[in-house]
Design a protein around this ligand. Structure first.
Ligand code: FAD
Length: 252
């Protein structure tokens, strides 16, 4: 069991990031009755971001593009239920978009259903997007963080989390000028959250919140004084969030 949990903290699984994508598009966004104004812009920007950087096959790309076209047809507002119908229509048109999750979360599986799951998958998708943008090397280096901060602030179910996160993201414009900065910014932000939540009742006792990556996962990332070496850490994060596993829970 120890070997499995160690493996699962530094391995990214496609079923987990697809779970995040699916939940945002099928549940979180449609839970709003009217999507208009800045909310509508946020959805538009979120879909564009997914199209650019979410690692998904040809059906997945066509699906996201289909959802973008359907949204554009609506003009500047859409009902949550209409958005959900369009997503379903596009999903059926380009079936199969997602891996069959066969039993749900993998890297984000909690020791009890109350732990981990969707919030874990959001972080995983979010880091993946910063790394995929780095790998592509083009585009605005602040785009991933700005669009995701706006998504989290508008749609993320946990309001406290959203407030904390948008507070941290206030000075992004000055703090991030390269794709590498964007990877590091998110890594640091996530570690601040890990620090705050360590020992909290939401912490899964099987997956304690640590300053990531711990030396057991990346020995080279931690200097003798216990501080992370940024050069090694960024290399580690790039590998981790690029080499995504396609196995599903029933394969384990
Ligand atoms: P998570 O923290 O969800 O991490 C998921 C995986 O990411 C880990 O298993 C590990 O592989 C990797 N990882 C961990 N740290 C790093 C890092 N620094 N860099 C790169 N990869 C890393 N909950 C609250 O109670 N209060 C909050 O204010 C709050 N804010 C949140 C803000 C955001 C944007 C999100 C997405 C979630 C927030 N949550 C908050 C939820 C909380 O952070 C965890 O997601 C949840 O408790 C599940 O924790 P977990 O053990 O699965 O690990």
């Amino acid at each position: 069991e120890k070997v499995l949990s160690r493996k699962l903290t530094d391995q990214v699984f496609q079923v987990d990031i697809e779970g995040a994508l699916r939940h945002t598009l099928n549940v979180e966004i449609p839970s709003h009755k009217h999507i208009n104004g800045s909310m509508f812009e946020t959805v538009k920007n979120y879909l564009a971001l997914l199209y650019d950087y979410f690692p998904i096959g040809e059906n997945g790309k066509n699906f996201i593009q289909c959802a973008q076209h359907k949204l554009a047809e609506k003009g500047d507002s859409v009902l949550g239920v209409q958005f959900a119908d369009d997503v379903t229509l596009c999903q059926n048109r380009y079936f199969p978009v997602y891996l069959d999750p066969h039993g749900g979360w993998l890297g984000c599986q909690g020791s009890l259903p109350a732990f981990r799951g969707f919030p874990c998958s959001m972080w995983t998708m979010f880091h993946t997007l910063t790394v995929q943008a780095y790998n592509k090397g083009t585009g605005d280096p602040q785009q991933v963080l700005k669009v995701m901060a706006s998504y989290i602030g508008t749609f993320f179910g946990c309001t406290d989390c959203a407030n904390h996160f948008t507070g941290m993201a206030k000075h992004l414009s000055e703090e991030v000028t390269s794709h590498r900065d964007s990877i590091l910014w998110l890594w640091k932000a996530h570690n601040k959250v890990n620090k705050r939540l360590h020992g909290d009742q939401t912490e899964d006792p099987y997956f304690p919140k640590v300053q990531f990556p711990p030396a057991t996962v990346c020995p080279k990332c931690t200097l003798p004084n216990g501080i992370h070496d940024e050069e090694q850490t960024v290399e580690f994060l790039r590998r981790m969030y690029t080499n995504i596993s396609y196995i599903v829970a029933s394969d384990v």
